[in-house]
Ligand binder design. Structure first.
Ligand code: PHE
Ligand code: CA
Ligand code: ZN
Ligand code: ZN
Ligand code: ZN
Length: 288
């Protein structure tokens, strides 16, 4: 698998922070900051050879947008592995850990996959969701828009939400049905990174729930669980701060450029890449 470049992730976050700052301090559903965030991703993906599509929906009297990107000519388009992240912030702040980190993480995986020429037996697709913060609205609209035949082509959905918390955990979640081994691929990625992950039940609190509800196997990683603070055992395992929140700026104005652990983000993005290469069935090159 590709090693995702930490400096590229950092540059993406800086751009999302700049966009928020230039647009009233947030990137929420229905705002110019959301639109600028989507434009940034679309341009990068189009340049890299992705077929991109903007899907519209209406929520709370405002038009929302999802961005869907397919990479032509790689693997079987009738059996795809899909990665997703919500692109909207809450209205209270710029949404850098939540969820510029997941948005940047899957962008860099997408760019690395295209650039590497990786060609597995499955196809690959990426989605950035609008209005997650209002109740998973964008991802629900996407899943609802698929016919039963199109839904069946999505063999796995991997979700990335808050993968750079300042007091980071290394959590894997999943509802691994049909033997797709999503959580196993993610765990093996953490092992390759020298990190001991923990399983967490995120109770349908992010966009994977929209896919799970449609019977699609799902999984993902996050730097927080639903517990209010990091436990002493977790702090020992991850060299973190016991009794402190994973993200003290969750849904606040202070979720800006400084509210990220860049090493944790790099690790979670590397894990995402590891899982994508494994799940799309990319064969390792022969050893010389
Ligand atoms: N989805 C929640 C939000 O965006 C937070 C969350 C992230 C919950 C990751 C679980 C896992 O606010
Ligand atoms: Ca890396
Ligand atoms: Zn949120
Ligand atoms: Zn989120
Ligand atoms: Zn790494």
């Amino acid at each position: 698998a590709a090693d995702i470049d930490g400096a590229a992730l950092r540059a993406d976050l800086a751009e999302f922070a700049r966009i928020a700052q230039a647009n009233g301090g947030n990137r929420a559903h229905g705002t110019a900051g959301y639109q600028a965030s989507l434009d940034y991703l679309k341009k990068r993906l189009d340049t890299a050879g992705y077929n991109t599509r903007v899907q519209q929906f209406t929520h709370a009297g405002k038009t929302g947008y999802n961005l869907i990107a397919d990479l032509p000519g790689r693997g079987d388009p009738n059996r795809v592995v899909m990665l997703g992240a919500h692109l909207d912030s809450v209205a209270e702040g710029p949404g850098i850990n939540d969820n510029a980190t997941g948005s940047a993480g899957i962008l860099e995986v997408a760019l690395a996959y295209a650039a590497s020429g990786a060609n597995g037996d499955k196809g690959i697709r990426f989605g950035w969701w609008g209005a997650e913060e209002d109740g998973l609205i964008g991802s629900k609209a996407y899943v609802a828009s698929l016919s039963a035949a199109e839904r069946a082509k999505v063999t796995a959905y991997l979700n990335f939400d808050m993968i750079g918390s300042p007091n980071p955990g290394y959590f894997v979640y999943g509802d691994d049905t049909r033997g797709t081994a999503i959580a196993a691929a993610l765990r093996s990625g953490f092992t390759a990174e020298g990190v001991e992950p923990e399983s967490a039940d995120l109770k349908g609190r992010s966009d994977h729930a929209s896919f799970k509800a449609a019977g699609i196997p799902t999984g993902g990683t996050a730097t927080l669980s639903l517990a209010p603070t990091m436990s002493p055992a977790q702090a020992a395992r991850w060299d973190g701060q016991a009794g402190q929140p994973f993200d003290p700026c969750y849904h606040k104005d202070c979720d800006g450029a400084g509210n990220v652990d860049h090493d944790a983000l790099d690790t979670h993005a590397d894990v995402a890449a590891h899982a994508v290469w494994a799940l799309t069935g990319v064969k390792a090159p022969a050893q010389p």
